[in-house]
Design a protein around this ligand. Structure first.
Ligand code: GRF
Length: 198
């Protein structure tokens, strides 16, 4: 199964995928490309170090959102992937791309959806909201991407304990280590083995 991974930041979720393809935890899968909207994303360096084709498609290089969306979709199409993985990708996927890759785009969100998700709720903000609310358990979710924000069919979730005195940064790291870096590769492996939404 050929996958493209879309990234915006540090790329720790990408690194988990690279490592688990290499050690066989993710079966029958090849990362054919990494796409970032952010030229400075360390995720691009991780891809290059792993010998994976890595490109930047930045909104800054296009006159408007329409032109960016078209460039993003054209770039994905060039790799002809079986699956598109959003791993810390902070871009709203255009409806044209959702339609063309229906149930072939998955996303990792750092909470137990439907908690702490939706427009504007991403990255550290998710953990700030969880701590503000005082939840005792949070976690991460892998879901198929539809036209909404964090609203597509859920594939996997994993719970993580909130500890006394947690800061958003400490909680984010625990959720990444104990949930994101486990369930995103697992979801890819499931799909490689034929998993489809029921
Ligand atoms: C993490 O908070 C992750 O939950 C979210 O993006 C952040 C950075 O992820 N999806 P990464 O290190 O770039 O994979």
């Amino acid at each position: 199964m050929d996958i493209v991974v879309c990234v915006s930041g540090g790329g720790t979720n990408l690194q988990a995928i690279i490592d688990k393809v290499a050690d066989g935890t993710i079966s029958d899968t090849r990362i054919v490309g990494v796409i970032s909207n952010n030229a400075d994303a360390y995720a691009l360096t991780r891809a290059k170090l792993a010998g994976i084709d890595a490109v930047c498609v930045s909104p800054k290089n296009y006159d408007d959102r329409e032109a960016f969306n078209e460039a993003l979709l054209n770039t994905v199409d060039k790799y002809d992937p079986d699956l598109v993985v959003l791993a810390g990708f902070l871009v709203n996927i255009p409806a044209t791309m959702v339609a063309k890759y229906r149930n072939k785009i998955i996303n990792i969100h750092p909470s137990l959806i439907p908690s702490f998700c939706g427009k504007g709720c991403y990255g550290l903000k998710v953990h700030e909201k969880a701590l503000e609310r005082g939840v005792k358990v949070t976690g991460a979710t892998v879901h198929f991407v539809d036209e909404g924000t964090d609203t597509g069919p859920i594939i996997l979730q994993k719970a993580v304990e909130v500890m006394e005195g947690d800061t958003p940064e400490v909680l984010q790291r625990r959720v990444m280590e104990q949930a994101e870096w486990i369930i995103l590769p697992k979801a890819i492996d499931m799909i490689a083995k034929g998993y489809k939404i029921s």
